[in-house]
Ligand binder design. Structure first.
Ligand code: MN
Length: 247
C-alpha cells in the first residue's frame, strides 16, 4: 500500500490539522509501506534551524512524529511545495525523509504515476512563475539562509501575506483561472511524462480530471488541502487509487 498527501500547510495557528496529522502518522499510515508528501507540508519553513527554535517547538513535534513513522518501517519521500521550499538536508536526516524532485515519475510493477506539487503548471500566473524561479535559485537560497532566523521568520510572514493578497486580487478581478493549471501546459507535461497517471496538489481543488492526450486517456487526481476538522490521503493498493477522509 502507498499513501499520498499534500497541502497540509501545518502551522501553530491550525492545531486541528496538526492533531489529525499526528494521529495519522501513528495510525492509518502504518498500514502503508511508503508515504509520498507532494508539497506544502508546512505553511512556512524559514530554514532547518527552526526545528530547534527554542521559541517555537511546533516544528520539532512534527519532525519527531515523522521520525517515529519512518523508524517503524514506513518509507517517506517528500517534495517541496511553494511554502516549504527551504526544507533541507537537516530536516531530511532528522525525519528520515528522502527528498523528491518535482516532477517525479513513480514506476511501480504494474502502474506508472507522475507526481508534482502542481504549481509549475500554473503558467497563466506570470508573477508567480517569476517568484518561483527566484526561490529556486541556489544563490538566492544561500543568501536567504545566511540571514538570522528571526529575520527569515518575518520574511516568511510577509510572503504569506503577499500571497493571500494576490489571491484576493485574482478573485476580485475574476482571474481565478490563473490559480489553476494551464490545460495546454498540462497536456504537454502528460505527453512528456509518458502519459502516466498524474497526482498533484497545490490548487486546493480536489477532483479527478480526465485528459485525452494523443488519443490516450489519462487521469489527473488533484488532492485536497487539509482543514482543522478534516484531512485527506490517497491510497494505491496496486489496483486502484482511493480517496480517504481523516480523521
Ligand atoms: Mn502550494
Amino acid at each position: 500500500m502507498i499513501h499520498f498527501i499534500s497541502d497540509l500547510h501545518l502551522s501553530p495557528q491550525t492545531p486541528g490539522v496538526a492533531r489529525i496529522f499526528l494521529d495519522y502518522l501513528g495510525g492509518p499510515v502504518r498500514a502503508a509501506e511508503h508515504l509520498y508528501i507532494l508539497g506544502d507540508l508546512f505553511e512556512a519553513w524559514p530554514g532547518d534551524d527552526c526545528i530547534d527554535d527554542p521559541e517555537d517547538t511546533f516544528n520539532r513535534g512534527i519532525v519527531d512524529g515523522l521520525r517515529a513513522m519512518t523508524g517503524s518501517g514506513v518509507s517517506l519521500s517528500l517534495m517541496h511545495g511553494n511554502r516549504d521550499f527551504l526544507l533541507g538536508d537537516e530536516f531530511a536526516m532528522r525525519s528520515g525523509a528522502q527528498p523528491l524532485p518535482d516532477p517525479y515519475v513513480l514506476s511501480l510493477p504494474n502502474w506508472q504515476f507522475v507526481l508534482s506539487h502542481g504549481d509549475m503548471l500554473c503558467t497563466d500566473d506570470q508573477d508567480y512563475q517569476l517568484f518561483r524561479a527566484q526561490i529556486r535559485d541556489p544563490a538566492w537560497r544561500v543568501a536567504f539562509l545566511n540571514k538570522p532566523l528571526q529575520e527569515r521568520k518575518a520574511v516568511a510572514v510577509a510572503l504569506r501575506q503577499q500571497s493571500e493578497h494576490m489571491k484576493r486580487e485574482k478573485v476580485l478581478h475574476d482571474q481565478q483561472y490563473m490559480m489553476d493549471l494551464n490545460l495546454g501546459a498540462t497536456d504537454d507535461f502528460l505527453r512528456y511524462n509518458g502519459y502516466a497517471t498524474f497526482i498533484h496538489g497545490h490548487t486546493h481543488r480536489p477532483e479527478k480530471h480526465d485528459h485525452l492526450v494523443d488519443g490516450i486517456h489519462i487521469e489527473r487526481w488533484v488532492m485536497s488541502d487539509w482543514h482543522e476538522d478534516q484531512g485527506e490521503y490517497l491510497s494505491w493498493d496496486g489496483q486502484q487509487l482511493k480517496r480517504h477522509e481523516l480523521p
